[in-house]
Design a binder for this molecule. Structure first.
Ligand SMILES: [Zn+2]
Length: 193
């Protein structure tokens, strides 16, 4: 349920979930939303006291997430699309054989300035599309997105089986995925496609 807390520097809107937890936990989700989990009996004023105590941390975390919407733009004259295409071709060529797909042909790759998602996979035409902004991120995240989209050639949802497949190729895929959330492309913060 959504709550709003007035503070001296504005208001904090947070989503409260009552759970079987010992402590009041605050998390800043993708896109900067505040998510609070609290024990069933914790009074609202206790929850809000904790929120106030952590307000600085919360605001800082939120601005870190949303300011990355404008991921450092490329220098003038730089063809980010081309740079991204070269990078993703290299990563896909490296990763593709590790999946052990029956089809030996590497899928077609395109890059364009997508701002809604980092990548997408059309498994019918076997083509992958990547956001050219991946070229602005540390390579390990571009590599994660490449592995993620390649895995969709075999599994089309985000089931545990899907994530297990990505991990079979990149064992630390889960931590890369979690770390990437701070590079939310949009305020809605979808890192996944
Ligand atoms: Zn996906």
């Amino acid at each position: 349920m959504e709550h709003t807390l007035q503070t001296e520097s504005g208001c904090l809107t947070y989503r409260l979930e009552r759970k079987k937890v010992k402590n009041i936990n605050i998390r800043i989700k993708n896109g900067g939303c505040i998510s609070v989990s609290a024990p069933a009996k914790a009074p609202i004023r206790e929850i809000e006291r904790v929120l106030l105590e952590k307000e600085t941390f919360i605001r800082r975390a939120q601005s870190r997430i949303t300011s990355l919407e404008e991921l450092a733009p490329p220098p003038p004259g730089d063809d980010e699309n081309e740079r991204c295409l070269a990078l993703m071709r290299e990563l896909v060529a490296e990763l593709y054989p590790r999946f052990g797909f029956a089809d030996a042909h590497i899928p077609a790759i395109r890059c364009r300035d997508m701002t809604s998602r980092w990548g997408s996979c059309n498994y019918v035409t076997r083509s992958l599309t990547f956001s050219s902004r991946l070229a602005r991120l540390p390579r390990r995240y571009a590599e994660y997105v490449a592995a993620h989209e390649l895995a969709h050639l075999a599994i089309h949802d985000h089931s545990p089986r899907f994530h297990a497949l990505v991990r079979s190729v990149l064992p630390d895929a889960d931590s890369r995925r979690a770390e990437m959330k701070r590079y939310a492309l949009t305020k809605r913060g979808e890192t996944d496609e």
